[in-house]
Design a protein around this ligand. Structure first.
Ligand SMILES: C[S@@+](CC[C@H](N)C(=O)[O-])C[C@H]1O[C@@H](n2cnc3c(N)ncnc32)[C@H](O)[C@@H]1O
Length: 242
């Protein structure tokens, strides 16, 4: 996008406000519905990991943090279980709200991922067993990840967590690094001081992956789930601590 188009958009955003802007953007800029090159950053290998997990574990619900424009949310909606997703930026939340309209399966929330997960944990209508979490609400140094993981393992049984933008040891996948103590890597997880957390990484080398080649990690804290994930050829078991 040119500097002039960006300036025009920022003027319109200020003039009409984020809700109207998000709705206008959805209608007038359909190409933005495929943000990041498609679901899961346009990565075929990552989509395969997800599909493998879905067929091995048949989760009862899917929870995403960081809806953005709903591209990956739409991929999740095909699995015919409830999908809960949260977005902090009103402009993106309302874009995604247009995308899913009156869908009874996709539940979108505008807010912070940490309070959102606490609210889901307290909501008796939200499944608390065998839920798949996709954590992608990292955008700046205010990293919600540690609190997200802690809340999930404290409130859900047999949870599986996939974290996007995570460093894959010994491989060249891209990952988020917001400075000292705020890089999405194994050391970040070590600081949670959990002895019950099992870590899996993609088996596929970054060189063979498509799309943006962002790394990921898959976590669980249940031995039955660990055995199921260990049986997937798209994942390899990592060390419990780095
Ligand atoms: C990388 S994008 C998510 C992409 C999306 N999951 C997809 O696959 O298309 C990250 C999003 O997280 C949102 N975000 C950042 N911090 C957040 C927080 N604490 N709670 C909720 N959303 C947050 C950002 O506004 C941004 O839209």
């Amino acid at each position: 996008m040119s500097a002039l188009s960006k300036w025009v958009e920022s003027v319109v955003l200020r003039a009409v406000g984020p809700e109207k802007f998000g709705r206008l953007e959805y209608r007038l800029k359909p190409s933005r519905r495929a943000s990041w090159g498609g679901p899961m950053n346009g990565q075929a290998g990552r989509l395969r990991i997800c599909r493998d997990i879905m067929s091995a574990l048949s989760p009862t619900a899917i929870v995403e943090t960081g809806t953005f424009r709903g591209t990956t949310t739409e991929f999740f909606a095909q699995f015919t279980v409830p999908v809960y997703s949260v977005e902090a930026e009103p402009r993106f939340h309302y874009f995604a709200a247009c995308r899913f309209g009156e869908s009874s399966r996709v539940h979108l929330t505008l807010g912070d991922s940490r309070s959102f997960l606490s609210r889901l944990a307290a909501d008796p209508t939200v499944p608390k067993h065998n839920v798949f979490f996709y954590l992608d609400a990292h955008w700046n140094a205010d990293l919600p990840l540690a609190q997200e993981i802690t809340t999930i393992f404290a409130n859900w049984q047999q949870a599986v967590i996939m974290v996007d933008d995570f460093a894959v040891p010994g491989d060249s996948y891209a990952y988020d690094d917001y400075g000292p103590g705020a890089a999405l890597n194994a050391e970040y997880l070590d600081r949670l001081n959990r002895t019950d957390m099992h870590r899996f990484y993609p088996s596929l080398r970054a060189a063979e992956e498509s799309g943006a080649k962002r790394g990921c990690i898959v976590l669980c804290n249940d031995t039955h789930v660990r055995e199921r994930l260990a049986g997937l050829s798209s994942l390899r078991l990592g060390d419990t601590q780095s």
